[in-house]
Ligand binder design. Sequence first.
Ligand SMILES: C=C(O[C@@H]1C=C(C(=O)O)C=C[C@H]1O)C(=O)O
Length: 357
Amino acid sequence: MTEDKLKEFRRRIDVIDDQILDLLNRRARIVVEVGKAKQGARGDFYVPSREKAIYDRLIHDNAGPFPDDGVRRVFREIISASLSLEEPLKVAFLGPQATFTHVATMQQFGQSARLVPQKSIPAVFDEVARGRANYGVVPVENSNEGIVNHTLDMFFESDLKIIAEILLEVSHDLLSISGDLAAVRKVISHPQALAQCREWLEENLPHVSLVDVASTALAAQLVADDESAAAIASEQAGSLYGLKVAKHKIEDNPNNFTRFLVVGRNTPSRSGNDKTSIMFSVKDEAGILYRMLEPFSSRGINLCKIESRPLRKKAWEYIFFLDLEGHIEDVIIREAVEDLRQYCQFLKVLGSYPRVR
Ligand SMILES: C=C(O[C@@H]1C=C(C(=O)O)C=C[C@H]1O)C(=O)O
């Protein structure tokens, strides 16, 4: 390319960048107006359903060649930065830095939110309940390893609502100081991450010892001081602690997703494509399992998930967690839930929130 041609192309890019910047500022001024208007009304400035509608519409209409994934990430940051003009969002997450929960939180809230790591799932709930954080993010299930009991158990006591779900594709790297597989004598990680890489470890590192720690990020931190150890953690944890990749993507099932919940103090209004989570315990009677599902099946309501957990106060009695399609403000959902209530000793609506696939 001749010098002149390059100069001309760059001049054209500069003109476009000026236009983009001008548009961003015009957009930000409107967001500030929306923020002021909301303060008079319900006060919730962060609206995940609206954000999701924006991404879905833009990706649907994207003519390319700018990649769809780039559209989402760029707009994620535009919205995140605009929201910080209204009021910097404070989001508590299950830390430390560089856990998969941290990655999921960044994916949902962007770089302009103030993300605050917490030591435990109860601590995340506590920060939000006390109003020190606007929202909290915790893991709830993994596509291979199942449910995160700690999170479900929190809803027994907490009155926080689920306001959004986040789906994150989880990929594990084997990380060490040297990046040399032959030097590895022990592998450190969270028990779920070790479980997700079990076959790879048996095949490639059969004689090393496996050590459980509280998070993948903590594993990366420990390995940064130990030449003979390797951590299974995210790429982000590796770069945070200056580790090298001994092997990239070692999860046994590449189709590995973790679902996270965002908790807040109020339920968002309907978006038209929502999910509702409820928890309840039923009286111990013949045919009860069948009857508890009848209010939903008779109305054609789709159930996305059912989980049970032992009720700790009483042996062999259970709490059920049910996710169903629809919003609690939909008449048929409200009626079905009220119908179910007659068989229950206890029933609680955990929240209605936009559905993510
Ligand atoms: C502007 C709004 O408030 C927030 C900012 C948004 C944006 O920048 O587009 C979208 C949703 C909200 O989180 C809105 O609700 O429309």
